[in-house]
Design a protein around this ligand. Structure first.
Ligand SMILES: [Zn+2]
Ligand SMILES: [Zn+2]
Length: 305
C-alpha cells in the first residue's frame, strides 16, 4: 500500500516567484488527503497530476491566508465538475462560517455533501479513523488557533507463510491466524500454532505535519519516532527573535525537535520569501539533524513498509 507525500507549496506569508503557498497531498492506499490549501492549490494539483476529484479529506491547520485561501476555488471547481461523493473538511472554528458566506453571496449550492469537522486546536485528539489509519490533531502554538495533524497506520495483520500452512484451514481460520490467534480443535487443543505459520506484520507508518508554530517541546510525546516529520522553518536561526515574536520556528529549532523526537526523516518548509536560495536553511537543519530535507514543490516522499 502506498504511503506517499507530495509537496504542492511551501512558501510562508506571501508567495515567492517560484514558490506557492502551503499545500500537501498525502496518499495512503487509494485515499487522497489534502493538507492545507494555500492560494493556487487547484492549479498545483493539476500541474502535479493529482486527481482532485478523488480527494476525500481536506485538513486545514489554521486561518492565516497562506494555508486556506485556495479552498474556496477548489471547492467551487469540484462543484462545477459535478462531484457527487461527500467530502470531509477539518478545520478550526470560523472556517465553516467563512465558507458559508462565500457560498451564500455566490449563490452556490454545492453538488456534493461537505461534511465539516470543527477542530479543537488546543488538544491532541482523534479526529478521523477508518480501516487503515487514524488522524490526530497536534496542538500548535501560533498567533491564532492552529493545529497540525498526525497520520498513523493502524497495526497490520500478520503475514501467512504459505509453505507452512496446512491445507485443511478454512478462510475464517486463516483470518484468525492473520489476527495472531492459534487454531484449536473442538476440545480446545492447539492444532496450529500461530508462530509456526505466520511472520511479523509490516510496520505501521506515520507522518506528522507541524504547521505554523513556535518551537515547543510539548509535541515530543506525540511525534516520537515518526517516519516523517514536516516542521515549519520560516527563518534561519539568526532571526530567532523574529521567529519568537511572530510565533514561527527556525531551521535549527525544527531540526532540534526532530533530533529530540528521534524521527526518521525531517522535512522543513514554510520558507520566508526573503530566502531566494534555500540552501542555508537546509545546511542549518542538517548541522543538527542529518536526515533533513527541503519541502520543495513537486517533491514526492514515499515511506516504505
Ligand atoms: Zn503560514
Ligand atoms: Zn500562520
Amino acid at each position: 500500500m502506498d504511503f506517499e507525500l507530495k509537496i504542492l507549496g511551501s512558501s510562508s506569508a506571501t508567495p515567492a516567484p517560484d514558490r506557492h503557498h502551503t499545500a500537501q497531498v498525502l496518499t495512503i492506499g487509494n485515499q487522497i488527503n489534502l493538507i492545507d490549501c494555500g492560494e493556487n492549490t487547484q492549479m498545483q494539483l493539476m500541474r502535479y497530476k493529482v486527481k482532485h476529484q478523488r480527494i476525500s479529506n481536506i485538513f486545514i491547520s489554521h486561518l492565516h491566508g497562506d494555508h486556506f485561501f485556495g479552498l474556496f476555488g477548489l471547492l467551487s471547481t469540484l462543484h462545477l465538475q459535478h462531484r457527487a461523493q461527500p467530502l470531509h473538511l477539518f478545520g478550526p472554528p470560523g472556517l465553516a462560517e467563512i465558507l458559508s458566506l462565500q457560498f451564500k453571496y455566490s449563490h452556490t449550492q454545492l453538488s456534493f455533501k461537505l461534511i465539516f469537522h470543527e477542530l479543537d486546536t488546543t488538544v491532541h485528539a482523534l479526529i478521523w479513523e477508518d480501516k487503515a489509519i487514524t488522524v490526530h490533531t497536534l496542538p500548535m502554538q501560533h498567533r491564532i488557533p492552529c493545529c497540525g495533524f498526525l497520520f498513523r497506520e493502524k497495526p497490520k495483520l500478520r503475514h501467512l507463510i504459505k509453505d507452512k500452512l496446512p491445507d485443511f484451514l478454512t478462510p475464517p481460520q486463516l483470518i484468525r491466524l492473520k489476527q495472531g490467534g492459534d487454531i484449536t480443535d473442538e476440545t480446545g487443543h492447539v492444532v496450529v500454532f500461530n508462530a509456526d505459520v505466520t511472520s511479523e506484520p509490516s510496520r505501521s507508518r506515520s507522518y506528522a505535519y507541524c504547521s505554523d508554530t513556535r518551537y515547543q517541546e510539548d509535541l515530543l510525546p506525540y511525534i516520537k519516532h515518526v517516519d516523517l516529520l514536516y516542521h515549519e522553518a520560516t527563518f534561519l536561526d539568526e532571526l530567532r527573535q523574529q521567529a519568537a515574536y511572530t510565533m514561527h520556528s527556525t531551521a535549527r529549532q525544527a531540526a532540534t525537535l526532530a533530533l529530540k523526537a528521534e524521527v526518521k526523516r525531517l522535512l522543513i518548509g514554510h520558507f520566508s520569501v526573503r530566502y531566494r536560495d534555500l540552501t542555508p536553511l537546509l545546511h542549518e537543519a542538517k548541522s543538527i539533524f542529518d536526515n533533513s530535507h527541503l519541502a520543495l514543490e513537486g517533491k514526492t516522499i514515499s515511506i516504505l513498509d
